[in-house]
Design a protein around this ligand. Structure first.
Ligand SMILES: Cc1cc2nc3c(=O)[nH]c(=O)nc-3n(C[C@H](O)[C@H](O)[C@H](O)COP(=O)(O)OP(=O)(O)OC[C@H]3O[C@@H](n4cnc5c(N)ncnc54)[C@H](O)[C@@H]3O)c2cc1C
Length: 432
């Protein structure tokens, strides 16, 4: 594609912009930074009337954090995130099962960030506005559909605030980064139906508390059938007294209670009883739940992988392309990798439509493998294995239940599928 630094006025091709990005979430913002880096002009159109720090904690594993480091964001992210050093696994009686290093201590060249989604989004927004200019993100533009002809693609919008129709905007290509409720995915797959419920409801919260297990540990405790808790800090010294902002997710098998909505409020009385006795010498989980500033409820859902993402000048990216159950810390990471690869392929291509097809050919099979692995064998398979072998009872010695080698093999298998073994990343960083 031709490069064009200016965002104002028409692109030499006659389009308003080369790449029109729908959605200023994690994938759309990283795509804008990656396109800017390779000299391709772009603009983001976001439905929200203003970008607010929504959500709770997410993890960025080294395959994706390496891309953020390449964009020069490591200093800004390290100032707001926790650089997680270790993953640990316990049963619901608080008995230790397994631990392994993660991020740099595991030998990767880039960290694992545990971060508030709002903080990550804010770092990305600030950097986009700084590098691409104040007009790079246009809010209050809800994309309703996209059409195309031989000369370009045309995106149609309404205002989110009052549904007024807005002028259509033309581009050489349109990338749908509009998340789990993607309007553009629905345009191409109108009969897809409801998301697939995994049988698990999540209650997510953040609590200001004392650091636990050294202050840089991600803990997975118990198994879904009798209650599981994922806990990790996402901000250091958030009160000037050394306490951390701790993110926690309670996961329990239940019939489906609600449709997916990132902002749905949860009620503590709906799940507290399951965890009321989980007071361990290394963490008091009932106190953590009781101290939460607010609680969100979300059904653990995904959608079956699609046969294609690219339709001429239009393609899908991130959750719009491959929504997955959040059980392997890969949702945001795979969106970041999509963005990195799409920008590189567009920069190398003479025909943007060929680049979109190459992007789909490379990324669709890989993300399909992650979506399916998250259903059947995510990292918390370790706790399920112990739960099954002990019939959900305390054990005397973990070595009598499962060997350390078996436990490490489970983790390694998932890393291979998601593409982030240390070896994978060395290959990725090899300029050849
Ligand atoms: C409000 C919110 C809170 C979230 N909280 C969490 C969380 O706590 N934990 C977690 O693991 N994941 C959370 N996620 C999802 C997480 O950000 C994604 O799974 C992941 O980062 C992949 O990013 P994405 O860019 O594909 O999608 P997202 O980050 O979801 O971004 C999609 C963006 O597109 C915008 N959009 C949607 N429809 C349109 C449209 N028609 N036109 C224009 N713009 C549109 C949305 O407003 C949003 O900004 C949240 C997402 C949102 C939107």
């Amino acid at each position: 594609m031709n490069s064009n630094d200016g965002l104002a006025g028409k692109h030499p091709s006659g389009s308003d912009v080369e790449v029109l990005i729908v959605g200023a979430g994690i994938g759309g913002l990283v795509l804008a930074l990656e396109l800017h880096r390779v000299g391709i002009s772009c603009r983001i159109y976001e439905a929200a009337t203003e970008i607010r720090p929504l959500g709770v904690g997410i993890n960025i594993l080294p395959h994706a954090s390496a891309i953020l480091t390449g964009l020069g964001l490591e200093e800004a992210l390290s100032a707001t995130a926790v650089l997680t050093q270790e993953a640990v696994f316990y049963n619901r009686f608080g008995q230790f099962i397994h631990s392994e290093p993660v991020g740099r201590p595991a030998g990767y060249g880039s960290p694992q960030y545990s971060i508030h989604r709002g903080d990550l989004q804010q770092v990305l927004v600030d950097t986009v506005l700084d590098r691409l200019g104040p007009g790079a993100i246009v809010t209050d533009h809800r994309c309703t559909f996209v059409d195309q002809n031989a000369d370009g693609a045309i995106a149609h919008f309404t205002k989110s605030s009052d549904d007024t129709q807005l002028s259509p905007i033309s581009a050489e290509v349109v990338v749908a980064c509009d998340g789990v409720h993607s309007a553009i995915r629905k345009q191409f797959y109108p009969d897809e139906g409801q998301p697939r419920y995994s049988g698990v409801t999540m209650w997510r919260g953040v609590t200001v508390a004392q650091p636990f297990l050294g202050g840089a540990t991600m803990a997975r405790v118990g198994w879904l059938a009798s209650g599981k808790m994922v806990v990790y800090p996402i901000k250091n010294d958030c009160d000037g007294n050394g306490r951390q902002l701790i993110n926690w997710v309670a996961e329990i098998e239940t019939p489906q209670r609600a449709q997916r909505d990132w902002t749905r409020q949860g009620k503590v009385e709906d799940f507290f009883d399951v965890f009321k006795d989980w007071k361990f010498d290394w963490l008091d989980i009932p106190a953590l739940i009781s101290g939460a500033e607010s609680i969100l409820e979300y059904p653990m859902v995904d959608q079956d992988p699609l046969p294609r993402w690219t339709f001429g000048r239009i393609t899908l990216l991130g959750d719009a392309a491959h929504p997955m159950v959040p059980r392997g810390s890969n949702g945001a990471g795979q969106a970041i990798i999509d963005a990195h690869r799409l920008a590189a392929l567009l920069a190398a291509a003479t025909q943007p439509t060929a680049a979109l097809l190459d992007y789909e050919a490379e990324r669709l099979p890989r993300t399909t493998a992650v979506v399916l692995a998250n259903r059947t064998m995510p990292p918390d398979t370790i706790v399920r294995e112990v739960w099954e072998r002990t019939a959900d009872q305390p054990f005397d010695r973990i070595e009598d239940v499962i060997s350390a080698e078996e436990l490490s093999a489970i983790s390694r298998k998932y890393q291979e599928i998601a593409g982030y073994t240390v070896q994978d990343l060395q290959i990725l960083n090899d300029p050849k």
